[in-house]
Every structure is written in structure tokens, then in C-alpha cells.
Design a protein around this ligand. Structure first.
Ligand code: F6P
Length: 324
């Protein structure tokens, strides 16, 4: 396969480090003789033929910036056969030879459908703060999100301790508790509530009471938002009804998605972007660049989509043990 023109898009929720990934694909791609184009607003840009040429200079001064300068979005048309047909037709009429997609499960579902239904050559880079993509230990943006949430917890800890208060801090993670568990472990939380696992409210109350008996007058509970952002308020109400403890709630929300990427995110994004270009050169397509046990590998997109990556139970139990 002779690849000359590549399109790059970022789709789904943005994540810190996406710019570093685009930069790496563009600069390595140009070095390898490819022409690079940025497709704006994710798949929407493909439907509207909204793209910009990217040269080495166009990605200058982006590695340290959060968000994605190509813009991101969730494109409903890609769930319809008609939408995918139009995207593939536009891809071909624009003269593109390969599509590099940076995003999560939804992004890959669209990418794989374009390949299987219309023969569009695609590659995936894992970009989501949730770290919930099957087949890779790491997703671009996760480290920044965890550190942002952790900084907030540390600050809340100061005021919680000063007032002998109980706080529930809600972090992002629609279907997964990776952010919550890391933040709970690193922030010394007293309990963590995640979508994949049941945490007993009664046991949590007992744990807080035992802490009080030992003189630990403030506690922090971490909860993933799950499918219902704001669910920490329900948790607080349940705890109040069962124990009379009045918990303060802090929903961190989209603050976790922004900000300058950490070194880890910039480096992972750069390495993954570089590897994507190596794959394009070899004609290895239909795969996601992944990190497994510290090594970069490729994983077929087909084996990634629709699968669930589980939070390691040892992380949950360690967070519990260390919070006593
Ligand atoms: O998938 C990333 C994520 O930030 C989730 O953690 C969160 O549940 C969701 O996106 C929020 O999406 P939106 O920005 O569309 O409200």
C-alpha cells in the first residue's frame, strides 16, 4: 500500500496530551515523507470536509497545551450507515490514504466500521482521561487527570482536617473507576466508590466511626461519577440518613479534562504518535497503539471494541488497607 496523505482526527472527549500526539504524528510523518492533514471536530470534519494542512511549524508550541487544537466531538452520524458512507466517500475524494484517530472506544468503533464497510485504512491512538480502553494499560490524558484530581484532594484534605469534616469528592469516569482508584490510593482516601465494584455504605460508615474513635476526625471518600454525574450528592444523602454524618460534596467535573499535560502524558503521546507513523510505513493498519507491561505494542482494533478493562482488585484492596 502506498501511503502519502494522512488525515488525523481527535474524537470523543478531549484529553491532555492529544496535542502532543498530533504533533508527534505530524513531525514523524513529515520526516517519513507523508503529507499530513488535520480533520477538525472529529468525524464531523470528515463529514463536512473540514480539514487543514499540517506542516512541522503548525504544531509548534502545542506540546504543553491541554485540549486538542483540532477540536473534538462525539459524532452521532457515525452511528448511522449513511453517515459512515459519506465519511468514507469524503475520505476518498479528499485523496487521503490513511486515517489516524485519537480517542476512545466510540472513536475506534467508527474507525473500524470505516475499514470494514468501506476499506478505509485506519490507526488508533488511545486518548481518554478514563484509561478504560481494553488492550492498553495506559491512555493519553489519564496521568494529567489523576494529578489534577489529586491536587484538588490534597487541598480539600487541608480544609477537611481544619474543620473535622467528611468530604465526598466526585471524579470523572463514566463506566470505569480508574481515576477514582488511583486518586484514592494516592490521596489516602478513606473509601472509594466505583462503577465496577460495590462499596458498602454501612461498612464505610463503620470505617469512619472507627477512625473517629482513634482520633481521626476528618475523612475523604472518592466516588466515580459513573453514569450519573452528581451522584456524590446521593451518596452524601444516604450516609446522612444512615449515620447523621453531614458530608460536604465536591464534584470536580471537567476541570479534570483540562490543563497542561504531565511529562508522562507528553512522553506517552509522543512515543505513541511516533509508533503510529512506523505502522503507517509498514502498512500495519486496523490497529491501536497500546502500552502493555511498559512496552509499546499494536493491538487489532477488532479485539478492543466493546470489551471492558477492569480496575485491578489489588488496587482497591490496597487503597482500603492503607486507609485504616
Ligand atoms: O470519556 C471521558 C469523559 O471525561 C468521562 O470521564 C465523562 O464521563 C465524560 O467524558 C463526559 O463527557 P462530556 O464532556 O461529553 O460531558
Amino acid at each position: 500500500m502506498n501511503i502519502q496523505k494522512i488525515g488525523i482526527l481527535t474524537s470523543g472527549g478531549d484529553s491532555p496530551g492529544m496535542n502532543a500526539a498530533i504533533r508527534a504524528v505530524v513531525r514523524s510523518g513529515i520526516q517519513s515523507g507523508f503529507e499530513c492533514y488535520g480533520i477538525l471536530h472529529g468525524y464531523q470534519g470528515l463529514l463536512q470536509k473540514d480539514l487543514i494542512p499540517l506542516d512541522a511549524g503548525s504544531v509548534a508550541n502545542t506540546i504543553q497545551r491541554g485540549g486538542t487544537f483540532l477540536k473534538a466531538g462525539r459524532c452521532q452520524e457515525m452511528y448511522q450507515a449513511e453517515g459512515r458512507k459519506l465519511a468514507a466517500e469524503n475520505f476518498k475524494s479528499l485523496g487521503l490514504d490513511a486515517l489516524v484517530t485519537i480517542g476512545g472506544d466510540g472513536t475506534y468503533t467508527g474507525a473500524l466500521a470505516l475499514t470494514e464497510e468501506h476499506g478505509v485504512p485506519v490507526l488508533g491512538l488511545p486518548g481518554t482521561i478514563d484509561n478504560d480502553i481494553f488492550g492498553t494499560d495506559y491512555t493519553i490524558g489519564f496521568d494529567t487527570a489523576v494529578n489534577t484530581a489529586l491536587e484538588a484532594i490534597d487541598r480539600i484534605r487541608d480544609t477537611a482536617a481544619s474543620h473535622d469534616r467528611l468530604f465526598i469528592v466526585e471524579v470523572m469516569g463514566r463506566e470505569s473507576g480508574f481515576i477514582a482508584v488511583d486518586v484514592a490510593l494516592a490521596g489516602g482516601a478513606e473509601a472509594v466508590f466505583i462503577p465496577e465494584n460495590f462499596t458498602s455504605i454501612d461498612a464505610t460508615i463503620q470505617h469512619i466511626r472507627q477512625g473517629i474513635a482513634r482520633g481521626k476526625m476528618s475523612s475523604i471518600l472518592v466516588a466515580s461519577e459513573g453514569q450519573n454525574p452528581g451522584r456524590a450528592y446521593d451518596l452524601a444523602e444516604q450516609i446522612r440518613r444512615k449515620s447523621q454524618f453531614e458530608a460536604k460534596v465536591c464534584v470536580l467535573g471537567h476541570v479534570q479534562r483540562g490543563g497542561s499535560p504531565t511529562a508522562r502524558d507528553r512522553i506517552m503521546a509522543s512515543r505513541m504518535g511516533g509508533m503510529a507513523v512506523e505502522c503507517l510505513k509498514k502498512g500495519e493498519l486496523g490497529v491501536m497503539i497500546a502500552e502493555q507491561k511498559g512496552e509499546l505494542v499494536t493491538v487489532p482494533l477488532k479485539s478492543v471494541i466493546g470489551k471492558t478493562k477492569k480496575v485491578p482488585p489489588q488496587m482497591m484492596s490496597l487503597a482500603e488497607v492503607l486507609s485504616t
